[in-house]
Design a protein. Structure first.
Lengths: 385, 55
């Protein structure tokens, strides 16, 4: 009998934990589990950025178990967070992989397309202005950078401006990655709203030009120097991206290039997703600020798209007939690579099955990658004290 | 829930429409800067293409 009583009293901690769960606002944890579940569902069922949303969703559940041992001073996720996110190491290393994946060939063939990458950063700055009505300047700048459509850049900028422990950093990271996954849903209606059918039917013949190997090797070096001189704060971002690209293009490091594209990028992605979830604690995440940030993030993506499309329409005013640009390619200037380029290509094909915009839209899309990093550097130059 | 209501109230009580106007200069200078940087990169790329293009 004593033995049974001992066992029951030992099991008393279960009852204590359960009552503590209810007292600590159990509904909040349940809401966060539901959010984690939705992220996992979107990743698996709809194939939306599964490499990020799945670890993020699972991590959300992991950190929202009351008294979770995964977080806290000695928690494994907190250790990973301090080792890789708080000091921006993971996003920067991921940039090496992304750089190694990008082929700047379509852009080098027609460098003028790069200008659309610049125009499509409009959403970042416009959203910053909008967010400044509700948040401090640094917070607003970090929210605006969601429009970079580039997770690593958003993490680096938000960390530098706000610090990793800020309450809104998690919402910014989640918005940045979630909306990237939603590009195929967000962009088409905006593009359709801003263009006429006639404009969407404009064909842009692609001239295949040979780009020398030396140009491909010099390009990442030149970009690093130019961007670094103008916005020194962007050097680590652009430098790691271009370092990855240099590995790819140099021709003597094929094995490293392959590792960076696959093993390194995959490894970091696994840790990045689940570690970002550290910021998804119910106490930090479930508040009005998060809703506002998610709304502003959507706003940033919409105005990025609008900025690119409207700029293309503006350019068309000065171009002779027959040389006009299909304004849809302006929308590919947001950095979400390669989704945005593919969205524009598919929309072109839907309007006219003979209208192939893939090479142009991918060219604009990679320029968006460069422009978004430069925009991140500029934001840091403006607001980092 | 009550805390959220307080937070919502504080957000909207701190709502400052003039901040939008005040910060427009950053938008303008940011967009100009980004066009300049990209413009320089375009020029350099065109020059690189011209110098090293395959005959």
């Amino acid at each position: 009998m004593d033995f049974i009583m001992d066992v029951l009293s030992e099991l008393g901690f279960l009852v204590n934990n359960l009552s503590a769960f209810v007292e600590a606002g159990g509904w909040k944890y349940i809401a966060m589990w539901a959010i984690g579940g939705v992220l996992i569902y979107l990743a698996i069922r709809h194939d939306m950025e599964p490499t990020l949303l799945l670890p993020l969703g699972f991590g959300t559940i992991l950190v929202n178990i009351p008294f979770s041992g995964a977080i806290g001073e000695e928690g494994a996720l907190t250790t990973l967070f301090n080792a890789g996110i708080a000091n921006e190491l993971f996003p920067l290393i991921l940039f090496i992989g992304i750089g190694a994946m990008i082929d700047f060939g379509p852009l080098l063939t027609n460098p003028k397309l790069m200008i659309f990458g610049a125009a499509a950063q409009f959403g970042i700055f416009f959203t910053f202005c909008m967010a400044s009505m509700f948040f401090t300047q640094n917070e607003a700048a970090s929210i605006g950078i969601i429009g970079a459509a580039d997770g690593p850049t958003a993490i680096v900028v938000a960390n530098k401006l706000l610090g990793a422990d800020n309450d809104i950093t998690g919402a910014i990271m989640v918005a940045a990655y979630s909306y990237m996954a939603l590009v195929p849903i967000i962009q088409p209606p905006v593009i359709k709203l801003l263009t006429t059918k006639k404009e969407r039917l404009i064909c842009m013949p692609y001239e295949q030009k040979q780009v020398s190997k030396l140009t491909k090797i010099l390009f990442p070096i030149v970009i690093t120097v130019v961007a670094g001189v103008v916005a020194p704060e962007s050097v680590s971002l652009i430098g790691f991206l271009m370092f990855g690209n240099l590995i790819r293009e140099c021709g003597v490091l094929n094995s490293l290039s392959e590792t960076a594209q696959k093993v390194l990028a995959n490894l970091i992605t696994i840790f990045l997703g689940i570690t970002i979830a550290c910021q998804m604690e119910a106490s930090k995440f479930l508040n009005v600020n998060t809703l506002l940030i998610l709304g502003l993030g959507l706003f940033a993506f919409i105005f990025d798209t609008a900025g690119g499309v409207m700029f293309a329409k503006l350019i068309n005013l000065f171009l002779p007939k027959g040389k006009k640009i299909n304004p849809m390619i302006g929308a590919a200037g947001i950095s979400a690579f390669p989704m945005s380029g593919r969205v524009v290509h598919k929309m072109g094909l839907k309007e006219d099955p003979q209208n192939f915009l893939l090479m142009q839209s991918i060219g604009v899309n990679v320029s968006g990658q460069i422009a978004s990093v430069i925009a991140g550097g500029l934001i840091l130059s403006f607001f980092m004290k | 829930m009550f805390n959220n209501l307080i937070l919502a109230k504080s957000i909207f009580s701190e709502f400052n429409p003039m901040a939008f106007v005040d910060n427009l200069r950053y938008m303008l200078s940011g967009m100009i800067a980004i066009f300049i940087v990209i413009g320089i990169i375009v020029l350099i790329t065109i020059i690189l293409n011209k110098i090293f293009s395959k005959k």
